[in-house]
Design a protein around this ligand. Structure first.
Ligand SMILES: [Zn+2]
Length: 236
C-alpha cells in the first residue's frame, strides 16, 4: 500500500500505523514508516491466512518483531480458513508470547473466531496492549472482551447499513478503549463502500461513530488520539 499513499492522504492524521501481514509486507511497512518517522509506526506479523508458513519464516519474522513498533497483525480467521485452525492458533500464541516478552502492542484479526480468540487471550496473562482490529462483534462478545481490558479498533464497517449489531455494541465500549482505523485498502466507509479505501476516509468512520456515541466528531478525534498515544506509550 505504501507507494500508493501520498502526503495529501495523511495530512489530516495525527499519525498512523502500518501493519505487516507477512515478512515482505512487514519489511515494506518498515521502509514506508521510515519515510514518515514522526508520523508513523509499523508492525511485523503473520496473518492467520499465512499461518501454515510460520515455521519456515519464524526466525526472519522474529528479527523484524524486535525492530517493529507493534506486533501483528495476527489472530484467527475461520471465515476463509486459508491455514489450518491448529496452525492459526499456534501462530496466534507465538505472537502473543513475543509481544508480551517485547512489551509491544499486539494487533489481532478476529473473523468468525470470537470464541477461540477469547479463549486463547484469556489463557494468557497479557500485560502489553491488545488491539482487536476492525472489531465486528455484537453486544455479547463486546461485553466479554471488555472484561479482558483490550482495545477495540473500529473500521468503516460501522458505517454500513447492515452493521446493526456492531452499531449497538460500540455504545457499550468504555470510551478509553476505542480506537479508529481504516484497514486501507479494504473496508472503505460509506459513501465509498466497495471502492478502494484511503486514509483521509477515516473522517467518515469517525463522524458515524461519534454520532452513535452522542459526542462531537472533534471530541472523538481527541479521545482516539489520546487512546492511541497510550497504546503506543507516546507523549501527547
Ligand atoms: Zn485483518
Amino acid at each position: 500500500m505504501g507507494d500508493e499513499i501520498n502526503e495529501e492522504d495523511i495530512s489530516n492524521l495525527e499519525y498512523f500505523i502500518i501493519p505487516g501481514v507477512d515478512v515482505p509486507s512487514s519489511l515494506k511497512a518498515k521502509e514506508f514508516s521510515l519515510t514518515y518517522p514522526e508520523k508513523s509506526y509499523w508492525s511485523a506479523g503473520l496473518h492467520p491466512h499465512e499461518a501454515d508458513s510460520l515455521e519456515d519464516i519464524k526466525n526472519e519474522l522474529q528479527v523484524l518483531m524486535e525492530e517493529a513498533d507493534l506486533i501483528g497483525e495476527t489472530g484467527l480467521d475461520y471465515y476463509r480458513n486459508l491455514s489450518s485452525k491448529e496452525n492459526q492458533i499456534k501462530n496466534f500464541e507465538f505472537h502473543l508470547d513475543v509481544s508480551k516478552e517485547l512489551n509491544k502492542p499486539l494487533i489481532i484479526h478476529c473473523r468468525d473466531s470470537f470464541s477461540d480468540v477469547f479463549d486463547t487471550l484469556s489463557s494468557r496473562d497479557t500485560t502489553n496492549p491488545i488491539i482487536l482490529h476492525s472489531w465486528t462483534g455484537g453486544n455479547k462478545w463486546t461485553k466479554k472482551f471488555i472484561e479482558l481490558g483490550v482495545y477495540f479498533s473500529i473500521s468503516g464497517i460501522v458505517t454500513y447499513d447492515t452493521a446493526h449489531d456492531l452499531q449497538a455494541a460500540v455504545k457499550k465500549i468504555p470510551i478509553d478503549k476505542i480506537l479508529l482505523e481504516t484497514d486501507v485498502p479494504y473496508l472503505a466507509p460509506q459513501p465509498f463502500k466497495g471502492k478502494r479505501n484511503n486514509p483521509t476516509y477515516i473522517k467518515f468512520t469517525g463522524v458515524k461513530l461519534a454520532e452513535l456515541l452522542g459526542i462531537a466528531p472533534n471530541e472523538l478525534s481527541k479521545i482516539t488520539i489520546t487512546n492511541t498515544n497510550k497504546v503506543m506509550n507516546r507523549e501527547a
